[in-house]
Design a protein around this ligand. Structure first.
Ligand code: HEC
Length: 197
């Protein structure tokens, strides 16, 4: 290859005085290169020929399944403990509950709990019971048929406890504008137009 007997590694081309040496590649580099070829062959057989290993889509599915199992176990554990729970009086929990309430609940129950689409939470009248457990249950499961959202798919158990503890503090509050009347005291609906009868 070389035309210079004094420098056998020198290749016989030259551009603007720049010449090239034909060095041997370092041993470690060559072995690393062979290793990548062997690795690729094993990878191909393992994942794509015998299909022994899971591809990323299947791995994702398996992890999601395992995650769902952990989640539903935690949800089941919380559900069975609802009867034993107590409202929290800790400021940090109530503050967290206030933020959640104003964001998610106030559109239907009014910021002060006076009620809009949802019932008044500041009076002594309760459709689903007045205890803390009753509130946690109704928030957790919702009343989908009546327009109360099932919050267990949106909020975590500790968030539901925080917001349930917070609505306790709204009870008996003096409201600036009158709240919604209890359901059993709603004024009778005006009679419909008679020409449709
Ligand atoms: C889309 C409107 C809507 C939203 C949002 C909503 N609620 Fe309700 N909520 C209702 C309705 C409607 C009812 C009455 C259900 C019934 O008549 O059985 C209700 C009932 C309740 C009750 C039971 C009241 C009683 O008298 O027994 C509680 C407690 C309650 N909601 C808390 C919450 C909390 C806490 C949130 C926020 C995490 C929330 N709600 C968000 C509509 C809503």
């Amino acid at each position: 290859m070389s035309n210079d007997p004094k420098e056998p590694l020198l290749l016989d081309h030259e551009y603007d005085g720049i010449q090239e040496l034909d060095n041997n590649l370092p041993r470690w580099w060559v072995w690393l290169f062979y290793l990548t070829i062997i690795y690729a062959a094993i990878y191909l057989v393992y994942y794509h020929v015998t299909c022994t290993g899971d591809l990323s889509a299947a791995e994702y599915k398996n992890e999601m399944k395992a995650g769902d199992a952990v989640k539903s176990a935690a949800m089941g554990k919380f559900e069975s403990s609802i009867a034993t729970l107590q409202a929290s009086k800790e400021n940090a929990v109530l503050e967290n509950g206030r933020v959640i309430y104003n964001k998610f609940c106030a559109p239907c129950h009014r910021v002060d709990g006076g009620g809009l689409v949802g019932p008044n939470l500041s009076d002594d009248y309760w459709i689903h019971g007045s205890t803390y457990t009753d509130s946690v249950k109704v928030i957790w499961d919702g009343v989908p048929a009546k327009g109360m959202v099932t919050w267990k798919t949106v909020l975590k158990p500790d968030e539901i406890q925080a917001v349930a503890s917070y609505i306790y503090t709204l009870r008996g509050a003096k409201l600036a504008t009158p709240g919604k009347l209890p359901e059993n005291q709603q004024p009778a609906k005006p009679a419909g137009p008679s020409n449709f009868e």
